[in-house]
Write a protein that binds this ligand. Structure first.
Ligand code: AKG
Ligand code: FE2
Length: 283
C-alpha cells in the first residue's frame, strides 16, 4: 500500500470504521477548523516551549512532549468529541464481551475512556522513532486479535510532511502476528495539513518520523481512547484536579474517568455506604 486513505468531515462513522478495520488507520482532512487550531496553538505552544526534550531514544532527544492537556486548553473538547473520532471509538472499542450470569448470556460493553493526552513536538535533527504499537500500554490481558482496546488520534497542529517527521505508519500492520518485525522500509509518512488528523487503531505499527528540515518544528496532538476496563496510561486523577474536571461537560468528565456504570461496575466510590458514581463527588 502506498498511502493512507483520505476522508473528510462529510464522511460517515461507518466509512471511517471500514477503512480503519481494513488499513489500520485513516486520515480525516480538515478534522478541525483553522480557528480551533489557532486556539490550540495559543494555549499549548508557549507551554511546551518550557519543557525539556526527552532523555531517551524512544521519547526522542530532540522531541518535546507535554501531557495533562485538559488542564491546558479548553479546545481539547473539540479534539475529543468530534463525532468521527468518538463514533469510531464507540464502534471499534466499545464492543460487548459475552459472559454467563448463571445460564443467562450477557453482552457487556466495556465503555470508553481517555487513556492519554500528549502534544509531541519533533524538532529538526530528530531521528526516526522505533516503530511500535501504542496499545502495548494497555494490552496486558487482551489477546491481540480478540478485540481492539485503543483508538488513537494524531491531530496535525502544524503541517505534517515527509521531511519534518510526519508520523510513520505501516498500513495493514494492525493484523500482523506478534512474531512479525516492523521494518522501516514498510512505513510511509503521514502527510497532512494542520487541522487534519490521523486516526489509527492501537495495533498499527507507527512512530515519529525523522525531521530533516532546517528549522521546522512538527507538532502533533495525540489522544488515546481506550476501553474503560483497562488502566489509563496517563493518570488523569492526578494530572487533572477535581476543579479542572468539574469545569468540563459531563461527557468529558466521564471520558476522563469520573464514571461508573452499574453494568461493568468499574470505577465506583463509596458514598453513604453505597457503591456510587464518582461524579457525585464533583457535584
Ligand atoms: O510523534 C509521532 O508522530 C508519533 C509518536 C509516537 O508514536 C509515540 O511517542 O508513541
Ligand atoms: Fe506511538
Amino acid at each position: 500500500m502506498t498511502d493512507l486513505v483520505r476522508l473528510s468531515n462529510q464522511n460517515t462513522v461507518d466509512e471511517v470504521v471500514e477503512i480503519i478495520e481494513r488499513d489500520g488507520g485513516v486520515i480525516v482532512e480538515n478534522y478541525l477548523s483553522p480557528e480551533i487550531i489557532e486556539e490550540l496553538k495559543a494555549d499549548l505552544l508557549p507551554k511546551i516551549a518550557q519543557n525539556s526534550p526527552g532523555g531517551d531514544d524512544f521519547s526522542g532527544f530532540k522531541t518535546r512532549r507535554m501531557s495533562a492537556l485538559f488542564a491546558k486548553s479548553r479546545r481539547m473538547v473539540e479534539v475529543v468529541t468530534h463525532p468521527l473520532f468518538l463514533g469510531a471509538a464507540d464502534r471499534l472499542i466499545n464492543v460487548p464481551v459475552k459472559y454467563w450470569s448463571g445460564e443467562r448470556e450477557i453482552g457487556l460493553k466495556p465503555g470508553i475512556r481517555i487513556g492519554a493526552t500528549q502534544l509531541i513536538q519533533i524538532a529538526p535533527g530528530e531521528t526516526p522513532q522505533n516503530l511500535h504499537r501504542d496499545h502495548w500500554a494497555v494490552l496486558w490481558r487482551t489477546p491481540q486479535y480478540e478485540r481492539h482496546v485503543r483508538l488513537q488520534i494524531m491531530l496535525a497542529v502544524s503541517d505534517f510532511t515527509a521531511e519534518n517527521g510526519g508520523t510513520l505508519v505501516i498500513p495493514g500492520s494492525h493484523t500482523w502476528p506478534d512474531t512479525r518485525v516492523p521494518k522501516m522500509d514498510e512505513a510511509i509518512s503521514t502527510v497532512m495539513k494542520a487541522g487534519s488528523a490521523l486516526l489509527f487503531i492501537g495495533s498499527t505499527y507507527h512512530g515519529g518520523g525523522l525531521n530533516k528540515t532546517n528549522g521546522e518544528y512538527r507538532t502533533g496532538l495525540t489522544v488515546a481512547i481506550d476501553a474503560a476496563t483497562v488502566r489509563q496510561e496517563e493518570n488523569m486523577y492526578l494530572a487533572l484536579s477535581p476543579e479542572v474536571v468539574k469545569s468540563y461537560p459531563v461527557e468529558i468528565q466521564r471520558l476522563l474517568g469520573w464514571s461508573y456504570t452499574d453494568e461493568t461496575h468499574m470505577g465506583w466510590v463509596e458514598i453513604d455506604g453505597e457503591m456510587a458514581d464518582p461524579l457525585r463527588l464533583l457535584a
